[in-house]
Design a protein around this ligand. Structure first.
Ligand code: WT7
Length: 574
């Protein structure tokens, strides 16, 4: 018998799961939006303007705070400000479909710009503020980004003179503008906003037109640009209603940065499509700061990641006891496996179930979830969202019986499905090896009652502190260092971070293993790529195991490292 946690009885948006699963139809969701008659759509209109033009106009849409700022914006404020930014883009000649990237820390300006980009019909490309030059270059290069919004502090990491398509840079915040070059014109955000009209003729687009580009890592190759379209709003709206259970009085806090898909789908679109008050807290994680944030704003619905919950668990319950967390009514977790142990701890300290749910950059929105109205099995990701079919398939595309681990696949055609891998049709097609099914790259099983259980990745992708890192990117950076002949990177299980990055390195002749060199290599990745991509462990070896065709066998290194059986070694070179 598996232990279960009973469904929540108080007012919940979603009806009984089985009933909802049978009766639900995506088509009906469209009636909530203005475009079901015209066919023309714009996410920013549905998320902001629609509420600004209703009785919600003076409702707070955004509470923003960090160490320096503490501000609030109503739906009307956001409508007018994003109109202004849309006009800024139009004035400097940015057109529909062009890519406009955002590279800055969380701030109201980030959210306003992103909405303005959508209102202009352009495609937004949010970049995580911790990216270093290589990571920024790869993304701006691949997307042929035309414009960038950034800050003076981050500009040195943008190799703008070497990016031929990049022509316009808008700098947010204090400071002198750099000299314009032949190809680049610099603008000041504040000055341009001041000149811009608050009235904007919004760019109405087709539901299948591009909206946002999120780069994500695979086990090989450079990061891939995953394209989502305005149509995704159907899924963002309904999943935020039923999984996040957003209601009119809620103060909702999603801790994810918009550089990652959770920070846009459920940090921007889902909550605002539902007219919810959305809290954004800048700065870094600290248990005290987070609990104080919940207390101060009276957060009711809280979405975070297992790594954060595990860190909160590690500091001890006496910390949570110092804060008034009684406003909380619903907690969610996503991004990595949520251990049953953490769910039990959550029941103890928050007296609430932590609702695990599953999806990924490519799915654009929630696919499998634990619903408040459903019985929950701690350790399980839950059941497919109504209107979605998920299955465990074998290599030939046959469904496996309950309890067996296989490929977690989703029936193609859900509203927020990726529409393209930017400039890489071949990679896009690889997601659909079996006709009609999207292959996630995760392994999972489904039990007799229809609950899904996470098994691991089917490839070498690393999930560390809730962030997805491709081993290839880290390896490529390492081999740029003069001391490194070859490198292989794996994810090593870690009780707090899920996985940590471990690098195996073979040195070039003339270099010897020292502690200083190991530290130097770590910093080399940190400063060249991103802090979260830097290996926490580096092991220097005489040689790395390879296939006869010369491919480094990461799985063998991983097995050696963990003391596990290595499996089939027939392809390994002598
Ligand atoms: C990968 C996707 C969910 C959006 C943010 C991450 C892992 C995601 C869970 C979960 C176990 C999970 C998968 C997936 N993952 N949710 N509930 N339990 N693993 O998006 O960066 O595209 O990463 O995160 O391995 O493939 P992402």
């Amino acid at each position: 018998m598996t232990e279960t946690f009973a469904a929540v009885k108080e007012k919940v948006n979603m009806p009984d799961y089985d009933q909802a699963y049978q009766e639900f139809n995506w088509k009906d969701v469209e009636n909530n939006f203005s475009w079901h008659e015209t066919g023309k759509v714009n996410m920013a209109h549905e998320a902001i303007d629609r509420h600004a033009d209703s009785w919600r106009k003076n409702k707070v849409a955004l509470y923003y705070s960090d160490q320096q700022r503490d501000e609030k914006y109503t739906f009307r404020d956001l409508k007018l400000l994003s109109n202004q930014f849309g006009n800024v883009l139009r004035t400097i000649g940015i057109e529909k479909g062009e890519r406009v990237f955002l590279f800055m820390p969380r701030s109201p300006e980030l959210y306003i710009s992103l909405l303005g980009i959508l209102k202009n019909g352009s495609i937004a490309g949010p970049l995580f503020e911790a990216f270093m030059e290589q990571a920024v270059r790869d993304r701006l290069e691949n997307s042929d980004a035309q414009a960038l919004i950034t800050t003076k502090e981050l500009l040195p990491r943008v190799p703008y003179t070497e990016l031929p398509h990049l022509n316009q840079i808008i700098l947010v915040g204090e400071g002198e503008l750099p000299e314009n070059t032949d190809d680049i014109t610099f603008y000041k955000y504040e000055a341009e906003m001041k000149k811009a009209s608050r009235d904007l003729e919004i760019e109405w687009v087709d539901r299948e037109d591009g909206m946002i580009l999120h780069y994500t890592s695979g086990s090989t190759g450079k990061p891939k640009g995953i394209l989502h379209v305005h149509n995704a709003m159907i899924q963002h709206y309904q999943t935020a209603k039923w999984v996040l259970d957003l209601q009119e009085e809620d103060i909702y806090w999603c801790t994810a940065d918009p550089g990652w898909v959770t920070g846009t789908s459920y940090g921007i679109f889902g909550p605002w499509l539902n007219g919810a008050s959305n809290l954004i807290r800048g700065g870094r994680f600290s248990p005290e700061d987070w609990y104080l944030t919940i207390e101060k704003y009276g957060v009711t619905v809280w979405l975070s990641a297992p790594t954060a919950f595990r860190r909160l668990m590690a500091v001890g319950d006496n910390v949570s006891e110092e804060y008034d967390l009684s406003s909380l009514r619903h907690i969610l977790s996503v991004g990595e496996p949520l251990n049953a142990e953490v769910v039990h701890w959550g029941m103890k300290v928050y007296r609430l179930r932590i609702h695990d749910h599953w999806w990924m950059t490519e799915t654009g929105g929630i696919i499998i979830a634990n619903y408040r109205s459903m019985e929950m099995k701690p350790g399980s990701m839950g059941k497919p969202f109504p209107g979605i079919e998920a299955a465990i398939l074998d290599d030939a595309g046959n469904e496996l019986p309950p309890g067996q681990m296989g490929k977690l696949c989703v029936k193609a055609g859900w509203p927020s499905m990726l529409r393209a891998v930017w400039k890489n049709e071949e990679r896009f097609n690889q997601y659909f090896p079996v006709d009609g099914w999207f292959e996630s790259g995760d392994l999972a099983s489904k039990d007799e009652d229809g609950y899904f259980w996470f098994g691991g990745r089917d490839d070498d992708v690393i999930q560390t502190s809730g962030e997805r890192v491709g081993p290839f990117e880290v390896e490529s950076k390492l081999v740029e260092h003069p001391a490194v002949a070859e490198a292989a990177v794996i994810g090593k299980p870690d009780p707090v971070r899920g996985e940590i990055i471990k690098a195996f390195v073979a040195l070039r002749d003339g270099y010897t293993k020292t502690d200083e060199l190991q530290e130097e290599l770590r910093l080399f990745v940190k400063q060249g790529l991103a802090a979260h991509a830097a290996p926490r462990e580096i092991e220097i070896r005489d040689f790395l195991p390879k296939t006869r065709s010369g491919k480094i066998m990461r799985r063998v290194l991983k097995a050696w490292d963990l003391g596990l059986p290595t499996g089939d070694l027939s392809t390994m070179e002598e």
